[in-house]
Structure formats: structure tokens, C-alpha cells
Design a protein around this ligand. Structure first.
Ligand code: C5P
Length: 369
């Protein structure tokens, strides 16, 4: 059909967008709780979470790619890299596994190293941001990635934006600014904030540093924009399968994800690589990684069956969801400036997503028949 493949009778395109919105809201809430609910000495290492995320996402993408290997366009022999040829040699082109290895280690796989590095940096920055900001403020400020995505699309993909889109980007920046002022204290106070979390047994105070949080979100918006546009460029300039690209992305991510674990600060009473990796890795940490892995896979489907613009719309819907959840879960107080800022961000996102031609036109036309 025109809407592409269907799942339970509904177009995959819309199912994946709604799923992404719910996933986004769930991730920011679960991730925030997983960071603030335990004292720093008992919390898990974000570097481990980033590594596990890539390992799991890469493995699942590999299995999906393997199941689709017949659909994957066979790379001609002369275009296979040396490693690809070596992998395929024992079973020349017959066994799906080796044929897939040939696809994965294709000569142009290095192109994924750039978005891979950027996504690892982004996923690490997300942990810094979510630990230092209220969930709702994090979500609203993270919408600035629409701005960076647009800027990189114009610079790298030579996309042209209508004046309505530029205007909506301007409103987006204003809205984010309003939310930032209220989160930082309103009267210029930008010092650490305290959240009291935990039950009567493990009562502790989590100190948040909004300035640090906003710095991390801003940097994450830049890597998100650049990585997204770069990934789009690699996908559109080749015929390689999306899941093969995802495996390549995860493989290259392993290098920057492993570095901080191998060369970072080791715990005082080190118990060896694997035990250190999973230290304090409780249910909330696993839930965070699980939702991240799921999100990465849904993002890939959204990019394939919808587009980046609709993805922006889905994530802005998640603001409302996580905002409502924050009110119930974290005692988030609704202030007038939050409502004004968040509404401005949502209106700007809606305005940005208006298809060309449906934009409000101010010229007067006379009907002639
Ligand atoms: O915020 P943004 O949409 O840029 O986040 C994208 C997220 O999805 C990142 O966490 C990234 O690791 C993940 N991703 C993925 N596979 C892709 C594209 C993005 O796992 N093909």
C-alpha cells in the first residue's frame, strides 16, 4: 500500500512514530530515576550502559539483517573488501552468514565511523544531562536538536528551508530559553538544585547542577544533528540495507565506547573487567539500557519508513507525556513560565512540520471562474 508495510493492520510508519514518542518519554523518566535514586557511590557506570547498548543493538540488528539476507542486494565480487572476500571464501555466496559478513565489511563501511563516534558521545552526554536536570526541562531543551539538524541539513545536504521553517526555528530557540530561565531559578540563581528521592530506608539527597545539565544537552543537540544528517547522507548515497548499516554503526561504536572503560578511572576494589562492567547494574539500569536499545531500533525504522522531520514531531509529543508523568512521579511543579516555554516549543514544532504548500499564506487571491 501507499503507507508501506503494516503491522496488525496499521501502517508501520505511524506505529513506529507513536512508539518512538512513548519510548522517548519512558527513556527520560527511567534514565533520570536510575541516576538519581541511588547515592553516587552505589550507582552504575554510564560508560557500561553505553557499551551494552551498542552490543545489544548491534547483535539484534545482525539477526534482523541475517533474516533478511536474501533481500540484501549482493555486492559484486570486485567491490568486496579483502576482509569481505576472506569471510565469504569458505562458502562462496551461498551461506547467508558469510554473505552478510561480506556486506558488513564492505569497502565503504568506514563511512559509519563518524556517526558512530558522534552517537557514543551523544549517548554519554545524555547521562550527564539527565542527572542534572528535571526530566521535563531536559526534554524541552533537547528539542533544540531540530535547530541543529536543520542547520546541518542546510550546510551539508544543501537543503533549502522556507521562511516559515526559519521562523519556527526562531520560536523554538525562544521557547527553550524561557524553560531554561525557569529551571535555573528565574532570578539569576543557577546554583545546584536538590531533589530528595528514595524511600525511608535509602533516603538521600541528589544534587543537580542545571548549568552542567544544559551544557551537556546543548552539546548533545550538536552531535544529534550532525550524526543524524551524516547517517541520512550515508543511507541515501548507497543501496546498502538499513540493518547492515546499523550493524556497521554499532561495530564502529564499540571502539569509542570501550575506551573510557579500558582507560578510565578503575574502581578502588577492582574485581576484574566483567564484574566491574556490571557493578551496581540493577533493574533500573537494565531498564534504561533496554529502552535505549529499543529506541535505537525504532529510530532506524522511523528513518526508513518516515523521515527525520516526522521524527522531530514524534519526540515533541513525548514532551507532553514525560511532563505529565513528571508531575505525578517526581513532584514536578508546573509554573507559568514552563507552560509558556513548553507551549512555544510545541507550537514551533507543529509549525515546522507543516508540509510546504499548507503553510499559512497571507496574500489575498481573487477567485476567478
Ligand atoms: O536524539 P536522536 O534522534 O539523535 O537520537 C538517536 C538515538 O538513536 C541515539 O541514541 C543513537 O544511538 C540511536 N540510533 C541508532 N541507530 C540509528 C540511528 C540512531 O541506534 N541508525
Amino acid at each position: 500500500s501507499a503507507d508501506g508495510p503494516r503491522i496488525c493492520g496499521m501502517p508501520l510508519k505511524y506505529v513506529s512514530l507513536v512508539t518512538l514518542a512513548v519510548q522517548n518519554a519512558a527513556l527520560s523518566i527511567v534514565m533520570h530515576y536510575s541516576r538519581v535514586s541511588t547515592p553516587p557511590a552505589l550507582s552504575y557506570s554510564p560508560a557500561s550502559a553505553v557499551l551494552l547498548n551498542e552490543l545489544l543493538k548491534g547483535s539484534i540488528s545482525f539477526l534482523i539483517a541475517l533474516s533478511r539476507v536474501r533481500e540484501v542486494v549482493e555486492t559484486p565480487w570486485h567491490r568486496k573488501s579483502l576482509w569481505g572476500i576472506v569471510c565469504a571464501l569458505p562458502y562462496p555466496g551461498t551461506k547467508p552468514f558469510w554473505s552478510l559478513c561480506g556486506e558488513i565489511f564492505s569497502p565503504d563501511c568506514w563511512k559509519l565511523s563518524i556517526p558512530a563516534l558522534l552517537y557514543v558521545v551523544q549517548n554519554s552526554l545524555q547521562f550527564v544531562a539527565i542527572s542534572n536536570l528535571p526530566v521535563a526541562s531536559f526534554q524541552v531543551t533537547y528539542q533544540m536538536k531540530i535547530l541543529t539538524t536543520a542547520a546541518f541539513s542546510v550546510a551539508l545536504l544543501r537543503k533549502r528551508l522556507s521562511s516559515t521553517k526559519w521562523l519556527s526555528l526562531f520560536f523554538l530557540a525562544i521557547g527553550v530559553g524561557i524553560v531554561q530561565i525557569q529551571t535555573s531559578g528565574g532570578s539569576g540563581h543557577t546554583g545546584p538544585k536538590h531533589t530528595t528521592v528514595g524511600s525511608a530506608h535509602d533516603f538521600h539527597v541528589h544534587v543537580m547542577n542545571p548549568m552542567k545539565g544544559f551544557g551537556a544537552v546543548t552539546a548533545a543537540c550538536f552531535t544529534s544533528g550532525l550524526a543524524g544528517v551524516y547517517f541520512e547522507m550515508v543511507l541515501k548515497n548507497s543501496r546498502a540495507d538499513l540493518w547492515v548499516r546499523n550493524v556497521q554503526l554499532s561495530l564502529f561504536s564499540l571502539i569509542p565506547a570501550l575506551l573510557p572503560i579500558l582507560y578510565g578511572q578503575k574502581p578502588a576494589n577492582s574485581q576484574g573487567f566483567l564484574l566491574d562492567l556490571f557493578r551496581n547494574f540493577g533493574g533500573w539500569a537494565w531498564a534504561t539500557v533496554g529502552i535505549q536499545v529499543f529506541g535505537g531500533l525504532v529510530t532506524a525504522i522511523v528513518i526508513k519508513y518516515s523521515d527525520n522531520i516526522l521524527k522531530g514531531f514524534a519526540t515533541s509529543l513525548s514532551i507532553v507525556l514525560s511532563f505529565l508523568a513528571s508531575v505525578f512521579l517526581f513532584d514536578f511543579r508546573i509554573t507559568l513560565s514552563f507552560i509558556i516555554g513548553a507551549s512555544t516549543v510545541l507550537s514551533a514544532t507543529w509549525m515546522y512540520n507543516q508540509p510546504a504548500g499548507k503553510e499559512p499564506i497571507i496574500t489575498l487571491t481573487r477567485q476567478t471562474e
